[in-house]
Structure formats: structure tokens, C-alpha cells
Design a protein around this ligand. Structure first.
Ligand SMILES: [Zn+2]
Length: 100
């Protein structure tokens, strides 16, 4: 094999590796979040009328709309998870675990 062939081969290998890495990242992103008790993927549920005080406080602190919060629930009903992503530089992502 000459150098050009080696170079192309190397590029292809790199492409395959980065493709694999990308799909791995996408797959693990899709899996988020999962239940720590049973390991099942948690499903998104609609927001209820009343949200826990901690969630409301966090949203109010950074003047975020109610819709910024997501609620995940374990399909087996172990617990629910409240998640508010990080929108700016000042606040942190917010998590709240609530037993059902
Ligand atoms: Zn569970």
C-alpha cells in the first residue's frame, strides 16, 4: 500500500470511529434520564397544575417560564424527576427527585 492509500484508509477509519462515537452519544442522549432503581428509561409526562415548591422557586429565581421544566416519570412508578435545563451562564441545571 502506498502513502496515499494509507492516508485515505486512515481517513475512512477516522470517519467510522467518529460516526460510531456520534451515534453512541446520540443513543446515550436519547436514554436520558433513566430510573436509578430499575434502570428503565423514564418517560416524559405533562406538567401538572401544581409543581413542587423547589421547582417553582428555581423558575422564579431565574424568571423562567413554567414550560422550562420537564417532568419525567419511571414507567414502573419508582419516582419522578423534575428537570430544568441550564439556559444562561448564571444558573445551574436543576434536578429534583420526588418519590411517588
Ligand atoms: Zn424505576
Amino acid at each position: 500500500m502506498d502513502y496515499a492509500g494509507l492516508f485515505v484508509g486512515g481517513l475512512m477509519l477516522l470517519a467510522i470511529i467518529s460516526y460510531g462515537l456520534l451515534s453512541w452519544i446520540m443513543k446515550s442522549a436519547r436514554k436520558f434520564p433513566w430510573c436509578l432503581t430499575c434502570g428503565k428509561n423514564m418517560t416524559t409526562t405533562s406538567l401538572p397544575m401544581f409543581m413542587p415548591g423547589e421547582v417553582v422557586k428555581h423558575l422564579g429565581k431565574y424568571s423562567l417560564p413554567m414550560a422550562a421544566a420537564s417532568r419525567y416519570i419511571c414507567p414502573k412508578g419508582h419516582y419522578q424527576l423534575w428537570f430544568v435545563p441550564r439556559f444562561g451562564n448564571t444558573e445551574k441545571a436543576f434536578f429534583l427527585r420526588e418519590e411517588l
